[in-house]
Structures are given as C-alpha cells and as structure tokens.
Design a protein around this ligand. Structure first.
Ligand code: IMP
Ligand code: MG
Length: 180
C-alpha cells in the first residue's frame, strides 16, 4: 500500500493526536478524582484512541467493549443502529465514559446513551476524538472532545473506509479516486 498515492491530506499528525489524548486523559483524571470510571469503547473505530487514552488516565479504571452498526461500508449514517456486541458486565452504579472515534450525525451515540442510561449507571459522559458538527441530526452532550473537523470523510487511527486504513497511526483524507 503506497500511502502517498492514496492520501489527499494529512489532517491530524501522530504528535497532535498524542498531545490531545494526554490532555483529555488529564481532564478526566481531574474531573473524576476519588471515583472509579468505566471506559466503554465503541468498536471498532475507537480502539486505537481508547488504548492511548486509558494510559493517560490515572484512576482506578475498568474497560468494556460494545459494537454497534449504523454504517455498513458507505460513508453516511443509515440512521439505524443495531447492537452487534453488547457489554460483558453490568454498568449499574458505574461512572461510564463512552469512548468514540467520531461523532457525525450523532445518531449512534444518541441511541447508545439512551440504551446505557436504562441500565442504571451512576453517570454517563462522552469522550470523542473527533467531531463533525456540520453533520449533526441528533443532539449529544459531549463533555470531552479532541478535535472539531470539517465535513470530510477521514480515516486512520482506528477509523476506516470499508474496514481498511484503521492501522495508519494518524488521521488523513483519502483521494477521491480511492472510492471509485
Ligand atoms: P454517527 O452516528 O453519524 O454520529 O456516526 C458515527 C460513526 O460513523 C462513527 O463511530 C464512525 O464509525 C462512523 N464515521 C462517521 N464519520 C466518519 C469518518 O469521517 N470516517 C470514518 N468513520 C466515520
Ligand atoms: Mg465508531
């Protein structure tokens, strides 16, 4: 795979991602002092972000994973959210932080928050690496946010197009001809 041939623009460098992740981890550490947190990783996109973020949180911490589908292989949300893999453990009484790669329409997180709230946690917040506010269809209260980006489809650092490019350690925009 020749990255030079498929890259339109490198949007967020490895260094910028590391710095932002550290800041978010420090903010969470401060805000939850004296408490325990449960990080819920939304698979598959948030995997790289969560593995870096959790190293920066200096608190007693548990992790769990959930997989939902709303996209298929296209680049726009279908609006239909389905749980593909549920959490392994109960969240009752826990301080949940949902860790997400990107919020676009907000439909996925809107559904997830409602779903998790019904299970009786102590609190729920969201930590998203990226936010595309221009695509929003459902309101989601986002306490922790890495970067606001323009309405462009991005890949890398966990984010995919048709399941590829998750392994590239920075965020970039693909050239148009990759989609055709
Ligand atoms: P939403 O329901 O429209 O907010 O979509 C959220 C999900 O869509 C994210 O968790 C991503 O998996 C996916 N997604 C949205 N925008 C992008 C993008 O630019 N690149 C890769 N995946 C995206
Ligand atoms: Mg995702």
């Amino acid at each position: 795979m020749d990255l030079n041939k498929i890259t339109k623009e490198i949007m967020i460098s490895k260094e910028a991602l590391a710095e932002k992740t550290r800041e978010l981890g420090q903010a969470i550490t401060r805000d939850y002092e004296g408490k325990e947190v449960l990080l819920v990783c939304v698979l598959n996109g948030a995997i790289m972000f969560m593995s870096d973020l959790m190293k920066e949180i200096k608190l007693p911490l548990e992790i769990d994973f959930m997989a939902v589908s709303s996209y298929g292989d296209s680049t726009k949300s279908s609006g239909v959210v389905k749980i593909i893999k549920d959490l392994d453990k109960s969240v009752e009484g826990k301080n949940i932080i949902i860790v997400e790669d990107i919020i676009d329409s907000g439909l996925t997180l809107h559904y997830l928050i409602d779903n998790l709230r019904s299970r009786g946690p102590e609190s729920i917040e969201i930590c998203t690496l990226l936010d595309k506010p221009s695509g929003r269809k459902a309101d989601v209260p986002t306490k922790y946010k890495g970067f606001e980006i323009k309405d462009e489809f991005v890949v890398g650092y966990g984010l995919d197009y048709a399941e590829k490019y998750r392994n590239i350690p920075y965020i970039f925009v693909l050239k148009e001809d990759v989609y055709s």
